[in-house]
Design a protein around this ligand. Structure first.
Ligand SMILES: Nc1ncnc2c1ncn2[C@@H]1O[C@H](COP(=O)(O)OP(=O)(O)OP(=O)(O)O)[C@@H](O)[C@H]1O
Ligand SMILES: [Mg+2]
Length: 279
C-alpha cells in the first residue's frame, strides 16, 4: 500500500504515536491496541497498529492469517524492508496493521548487532507518520530492546494495568524506564495514562490499588476503566475487534468510552449505529 499524505483543515496530518506497554504479561495491551484502533477507525480516523510482539496477538485479532504474511515488523526493524511494504489494510474501517509473527522472537538478539538499534522503529515511522491520525505500538511483555524501540518512536505511553498485588512495583519500574528513555533518547516522551483493565470495583484490593496509583501518578490515570467482559476475550478467536463482534457488549462500550476520552470527547457516539456492526 502506498501511503499518501492526507490534507486536513489544519494542514498535513501528523499522527500521534502511542506505545502501549507494560512489562507484565496478560494485562490487556494487545486488547487495548485492537479495540481502541477499531473504535477510532470507525469514527473516521486513520489508524496504524504496529505489532511489536512475536506472539502476534494484534495481528491475529484483526483476522490477519500469519501464514499469508511475507513482510513483518521483523523485516522492518532489521532494515530489510520499508514499513510501507509491511502494511496490511484490515477489513475494519480506517485500520492498517504492520503485522508480527514468531520471526520476531530473535528480534532483540539481531537488533543488538545493528547500528542505531534503539531508533530502528523511529526512523521507519518518520516515513509514514504523515497520513495517519493515530499510531499504536503493541509492545511485548518485557522491557527489552523491542520495547525500547517503541518508547523511542512514541509521543506517549499508555499503560494497561490489572489491579493485582504486584502491579504497583511493575508500574514504578516502567515509570523509571520511561524517565530513562526520556533523558537519553526521546525528550518528548510522556505517560498518557494508566488504564485499568479487567476492572472489578467490587473488590477492596482494586480500590486500594486505584487510589495508590492516583496518589503516585496524579493526572496520569484514564477516567475510563475496562471491565472484565467475556465478549472481549472471545472476539480475538473470530478475528474481530469487540465492537464488530458484539456491538452492544459492555466491552465494546468501554473501549468506545476510552476512544472518546482520547479524542477529548469530540467524537460522535457510534452507539446508535452499533447494530450494523453486530452479529
Ligand atoms: N477486559 C477484559 N475482559 C476479559 N478478558 C480480557 C480483557 N482484556 C483482555 N482480556 C483477555 O486477557 C488475555 C490477555 O489480554 P492481552 O493479550 O490483551 O494482554 P497482553 O498484555 O497483550 O498480553 P501479553 O503480555 O502476553 O502480550 C487475553 O486472553 C484477552 O482476551
Ligand atoms: Mg499482547
Amino acid at each position: 500500500m502506498i501511503v499518501q499524505p492526507i490534507s486536513s483543515k489544519r494542514g498535513v496530518l501528523m499522527g500521534t504515536i502511542y506505545a502501549v506497554a507494560n512489562q507484565k504479561g496478560g494485562v490487556g495491551k494487545s486488547t487495548t491496541v485492537v479495540n481502541l484502533a477499531a473504535y477510532l477507525g470507525s469514527v473516521g480516523k486513520k489508524v496504524l497498529c504496529i505489532d511489536l510482539d512475536a506472539q502476534g496477538n494484534t495481528t491475529t485479532s484483526f483476522g490477519i492469517k500469519k501464514k499469508t504474511l511475507t513482510v513483518t515488523t521483523y523485516d522492518v526493524l532489521i532494515g530489510q524492508r520499508r514499513i510501507q511494504d509491511a502494511m496490511i489494510e484490515t477489513e475494519y474501517k480506517g485500520v492498517t496493521v504492520v503485522p508480527a509473527t514468531s520471526s520476531l522472537v530473535g528480534g532483540d538478539i539481531d537488533l543488538v548487532e545493528l547500528e542505531d538499534r534503539a531508533r530502528r522503529l523511529q526512523s521507519q515511522l518518520l516515513t509514514c507518520r504523515i497520513g495517519f491520525d493515530y499510531i499504536f505500538i503493541d509492545c511485548p511483555p518485557s522491557l527489552s530492546l523491542l520495547t525500547l524501540n517503541g518508547f523511542v518512536a512514541a509521543d506517549y505511553v499508555i499503560v494497561p494495568m490489572k489491579c493485582e498485588p504486584l502491579s504497583l512495583e511493575g508500574l514504578a519500574q516502567l515509570w523509571e524506564t520511561v524517565r530513562h528513555v526520556k533523558q537519553r533518547y526521546n525528550p518528548k516522551l510522556d505517560i498518557k495514562g494508566v488504564l485499568f483493565t479487567m476492572f472489578d470495583p467490587r473488590l477492596n484490593l482494586t480500590l486500594h490499588i486505584v487510589n495508590e496509583v492516583k496518589k503516585h501518578f496524579p493526572n496520569r490515570v484514564f477516567e475510563t476503566t475496562i471491565p472484565r467482559n467475556v465478549r472481549i476475550s472471545e472476539a480475538p478467536s473470530f478475528g474481530k475487534p469487540v465492537m464488530y463482534y458484539d456491538a452492544g457488549s459492555k466491552g465494546a462500550e468501554a473501549y468506545e468510552k476510552l476512544g472518546r476520552e482520547l479524542l477529548g470527547d469530540k467524537a460522535p457516539p457510534v452507539l446508535n449505529k452499533r447494530k450494523k456492526f453486530g452479529r
